[in-house]
Design a binder for this molecule. Structure first.
Ligand code: 4AD
Ligand code: MG
Length: 460
């Protein structure tokens, strides 16, 4: 049986006979001699209204159809006399594929996001979560389109790795050792006996691998899952998230900032064009200012200022912060949000951070105190992108690694890229879920990823 997606039927410019739709019943209403069914098949936000009258075979069966049931309906697409929809389907045949008993948790009423998280396997059948995950899908495609249009090559970087790109030590270990019988050497786990013969973890970033490919293919990007075992139970952190990381050879920090701004504007414009129906749901029920915020990003030139100037602004502000602001300390989310939401009221790029709070690979500035790093901050989110120009000078990179206590032996391959035809290059990483939060106004990162992984939560 060939089904037609409801999305396509609703765009029809003429009545059609013999169409088949399959989907899930949102509601059923009976009146004398008729039943009305609202069917959603996930292809779009809108439902198809189906009218079944008592002339069809098994009409009595229809009265058994409950909210959540899966059905297949054959009928004619006709102009709807009712208000609110152009088309409706007059059923010739209704087949119940799978009934949903009244224990189905998504009966017609509003449910809290907290409750829906406990049924993450079903929540995509609601309007809101259907919309989130359609936008997520479109956004993935838009990312590939953006880079393809600009000649970037897509690189699949490994998920299993022996290096800690960000140097924060927040890694999930991966082992094939018998956990009940761990081999030891000098009191420590002997990873030489493990699967890879070395301590292994899930990647925190594909950047180091992407750099190797930028230094071969020119402009590249990665887009894949990354993992962080940071035990911060916030509304902006998950343990497994997707990151987009472009890396450009022969590029400096300004090039990375320019690309980040162009990238965010492109993706925002793309989603406004491609997903307007779904976006309007968020603008109506989730964040009344959503469209203003999105238009604001599209029309602004992102403010660019140094970390030092950002610290000055924060110190001069009358705002009370929980965490102290001081040169040499990392900015907290409250500081970032103050800058982008209250002070500048638009996206902000902060650059030249103190080197002691940043990873080993960032390029040291001439002052020898700061590095060529940048973070992009947007309203409602704070940091959405982090990037830098990379240290391409062999001797300075090695000195920095020594200073930070990193093993040059472990990173021999990374160091070799600075030995053979080293070239200045830069890139950044964008948290995919953070962008989805920005685009939808959803305030908890758990609600924009299908099955969130957070401390003490691995169901589904
Ligand atoms: O700033 P981060 O740690 O930068 C890097 O990993 C670099 N290696 C990227 C690069 O230059 N290629 O992470 C980049 C972005 C952050 O700005 C944030 O949007 C997101 O990744 N992010 C998270 N998103 C969700 N949950 C978490 N725990 C995240 N940690 C970072
Ligand atoms: Mg960062």
């Amino acid at each position: 049986m060939k089904r037609t997606r409801i999305l396509h039927l609703l765009q029809s410019d003429k009545p059609l006979d013999n169409v088949i739709i399959m989907g899930w019943v949102r509601t059923r209403r009976d009146s004398r001699g008729f039943s009305f069914l609202e069917i959603n098949d996930g292809s779009c936000l809108k439902n198809m209204q189906v009218i079944a009258d008592s002339s069809i075979a098994d009409y009595e069966e229809i009265k058994k159809i409950t909210t959540g049931s899966a059905v297949a309906i054959t009928g004619s697409l006709m102009e709807s006399p009712g208000k609110g929809q152009k088309w409706e389907l007059k059923a010739d045949n209704v087949e119940i594929l799978g009934i949903a008993p009244d224990t189905f948790p998504l009966q017609k009423k509003r449910h809290s996001d907290e409750f829906l998280r406990t049924i993450a396997h079903l929540r995509s059948r609601t309007n809101k979560y259907g919309a989130v995950f359609r936008i997520r899908s479109e956004l993935s495609f838009a990312i590939h389109q953006f880079f393809k249009d600009r000649g970037f090559k897509y690189i699949h970087t490994p998920v299993l790795t022996a290096s800690d790109c960000e140097g924060a030590g927040e890694m999930f270990k991966v082992t094939a050792l018998d956990m009940d019988n761990i081999p030891k050497k000098d009191g420590k786990t002997d990873f030489s006996l493990d699967f890879f013969g070395a301590a292994t973890n899930l990647t925190v970033s594909g950047q180091l691998s992407a750099e190797m490919f930028a230094l071969a293919l020119g402009d590249v990007y990665t887009f894949g899952p990354t993992f962080r075992a940071e035990n911060s139970n916030t509304s902006r952190h998950v343990a497994e998230f997707w990151m987009v990381e472009p890396e450009m050879a022969f590029s400096n920090l300004t090039d990375a900032m320019d690309l980040s701004e162009e990238f965010l504007k492109y993706l925002t414009g793309y989603i406004i064009d491609a997903c307007l129906d779904d976006l309007e749901l968020f603008a109506k029920y989730v964040d009344k200012n959503l469209m203003t915020t999105l238009e604001g990003l599209l029309s602004s030139d992102f403010t660019r200022l140094s970390y030092k100037d950002a610290v000055d602004i924060l110190n001069k502000s009358k705002q009370k912060f929980e965490f102290e602001v001081d040169f040499g300390k990392d900015l907290q989310s409250e500081h970032e949000r103050y800058l982008t939401e209250r002070h500048f009221k638009q996206p902000v790029i902060i650059y030249d951070y103190p080197k002691n709070i940043k990873p080993f690979y960032m390029r040291i500035n001439d002052d020898n105190k700061t590095v060529a790093a940048m973070d992009v901050l947007v309203p409602n989110i704070g940091e959405i992108i982090g990037g830098s120009q990379r240290e391409e000078r062999l001797n300075i990179l090695e000195a920095r690694m020594d200073e930070m206590g990193l093993s040059k032996k472990d990173y021999w391959w990374y160091i070799e890229s600075r030995k053979y035809g080293s070239a200045f290059h830069s890139g950044f990483g964008m948290g995919f879920e953070r962008l989805l939060m920005f685009l939808t106004g959803v305030t908890n990162i758990r609600d924009v990823i299908p099955f969130p992984r957070t401390p003490n939560s691995i169901s589904f």
